[in-house]
Ligand binder design. Structure first.
Ligand code: SF4
Length: 229
């Protein structure tokens, strides 16, 4: 499919002009109006732990592990007091379980000792917690506290931001900075949820389902599998 491979040349800045960005946001809103975080959780603490466990792992697998984990160690204090072998056993199937066990035990300790047992609500404080980098901090702030302090950049956001030419950067930090400049702040939280839903349902990593994609008329990705224009 030659036409699908051909990417229309754009003038610099064309791809991020506000009308195009708004059209992308509208299409995402119409397609995924109710997209939310797919990690099961009942508190900021549970969401933070689940997000730490989701590194290099599917949300489905994390959701299989967290009920027993939170039943056994229901609070940050209990998690801090847990032994590493106990934690490792409970989270083994999420991969990288030794590092993750250290992170969630350390997170329990810092949340208990430095933040009175409550997950803090600023990015600077969140980044002091073991295992928490910008992605996890933005997930907790956005999904739980509804504070739009940044844009979550996970593997789906990274891939699709490139396909939609919203950034040329490759590191999550720089991609986040670009997205924060292009997107209205009021959209930061929903954009993430919708792009992740899109990345799972249609704009998958290998062979994206472009013929079914509501963004297709707006998209000039090099690896499109279908092009109507
Ligand atoms: S047209 Fe294809 S590559 Fe572009 S956003 Fe849609 S699924 Fe992804």
């Amino acid at each position: 499919m030659e036409a699908a491979k051909k990417s229309t040349r754009r003038k610099a800045g064309d791809a991020i002009r506000p009308e195009r960005v708004n059209a992308i946001l509208d299409a995402l809103q119409k397609t995924y109006p109710k997209a939310v975080c797919a990690l099961d959780h009942k508190s900021a603490w549970q969401l933070m732990v689940a997000t730490i466990l989701s590194a290099q792992c599917t949300d489905v697998r994390v959701n299989l592990v967290t009920p027993a984990l939170f039943k056994t160690f229901p609070t940050p204090r209990a998690m801090a007091a847990a032994s590493l072998p106990e934690l490792e056993e409970l989270i083994r199937t999420t991969g990288f379980f030794r590092n993750k066990a250290k992170s969630i035990q350390g997170a329990g300790r810092v949340v208990t000792e430095e933040f009175g047992g409550k997950v803090p609500q600023t990015i600077d404080e969140l980044l002091r917690i073991p295992g928490v980098a910008r992605k996890t901090a933005n997930v907790v702030l956005g999904s739980w506290f509804k504070i739009a302090d940044g844009v979550v950049v996970d593997t789906h956001v990274l891939r699709i931001a490139h396909r939609l030419e919203l950034t040329k950067e490759t590191t999550p930090e720089k991609v986040e900075r670009d997205l924060m400049q292009i997107l209205p702040q009021s959209e930061w939280i929903d954009f993430t949820h919708r792009i992740i839903a899109h990345g799972r349902a249609i704009c998958v990593a290998r062979k994206p389902r472009c013929a079914d994609c509501p963004l297709e008329p707006l998209c000039n990705a090099e690896d499109k599998t279908f092009a109507s224009h």
